[in-house]
Design a binder for this molecule. Structure first.
Ligand code: SAM
Length: 263
């Protein structure tokens, strides 16, 4: 989720800079856990709290089953070219495979399965959703592997505000904040995060060490720049460092991803 992998090198550098000054990293909006995972690897002696609000851990736990399903789909689609559109029969067979596992185990990682049979950028959260879509052979070669991915992490499933309240007392904590964007792959929450939600997150920044991710699509940085001009030290993000990466979606659409730090 998100394109945080483009920031991993910068994020790693920041972690190395604060090494020794902090003893805890709290990833308030953990998503896929990539930032928590990276933090633990770079700072193995730190306590790293991964807030898995979406229960990504269930998807990780189901990886064996997901691989089995994808192998069965791949076998069924033998001879179908990569990216080729599936016929009605092939589509029905794919659905039947997924249904069999869903009925047997009561769970399938439908998002990951969807990514392997749907047009790029489309995503589903239920088998009923999956039934509505045209399918393509986008099954990746090889199997998913998450061995050791969560190792050493403290995994919690909480609203970020409750977790912040729990952890704010320790001044040696680095908070990582990557709230939902208005339009990203965290599509479930599309348009769900309103300006007030963003402002609520900003109010946590005061007096904490943080790494905050955003993009110029959200205009939060513009707002903070204005506040800084008006209220100086009292403004959120006063004295913070901004790093930027241009994210090119296609030949027309471009935006800047930002990583903002105050350590
Ligand atoms: C931009 S994504 C984070 C991506 C993550 N950094 C990664 O590398 O995968 C934002 C995440 O915040 C979660 N979220 C939404 N509302 C939340 C809340 N009230 N408390 C905690 N997390 C929340 C979303 O479900 C989503 O996973």
């Amino acid at each position: 989720m998100g394109q945080k992998r483009y920031f991993l090198r910068d994020f790693t550098q920041v972690l190395e800079t604060v090494s020794g000054e902090i003893d805890t990293v709290v990833d308030l909006f953990g998503g896929s856990g990539l930032l928590s995972h990276t933090a633990k690897r770079v700072l193995p002696d730190c306590r790293v709290v991964y807030n898995d609000f979406d229960r990504y851990d269930r998807r990780l736990a189901a990886i064996g089953q997901t691989n089995e399903i994808l192998r069965a789909i791949k076998d069924r689609l033998t001879g179908v070219e990569p990216n080729q559109r599936l016929t009605e029969q092939q589509r029905a067979d794919v659905l039947a495979i997924v249904e069999t596992y869903e009925q047997r185990d009561g769970y399938t990682d439908i998002m990951t399965i969807g990514r392997n049979v749907l047009f790029s950028g489309k995503w589903v959260t239920s088998i009923d959703d999956l039934r509505k879509h045209t399918m393509y052979n986008r099954v990746r070669p090889g199997a998913y592997d998450c061995e050791g991915y969560l190792e050493g992490l403290e995994v919690v499933h909480m609203d970020y505000r409750d977790l912040f309240e729990r952890e704010r007392g320790n001044s040696r904590t680095l908070f990582v904040l990557d709230p939902p964007y208005l339009t990203t792959e965290c599509g479930m929450y599309e348009n769900y995060w309103k300006l007030t939600d963003y402002l609520n997150v900003l109010s946590l920044l005061k007096g904490t060490k943080y790494v905050y991710f955003t993009s110029d699509k959200s205009q939060i940085v513009e707002l903070c720049q204005w506040l800084a001009g008006e209220y100086r030290e009292a403004a959120p993000m006063w004295g913070a460092t901004v790093r930027m990466r241009t994210n090119t979606l296609n030949y027309q659409a471009k935006f800047n991803d930002m990583m903002i730090t105050r350590l």
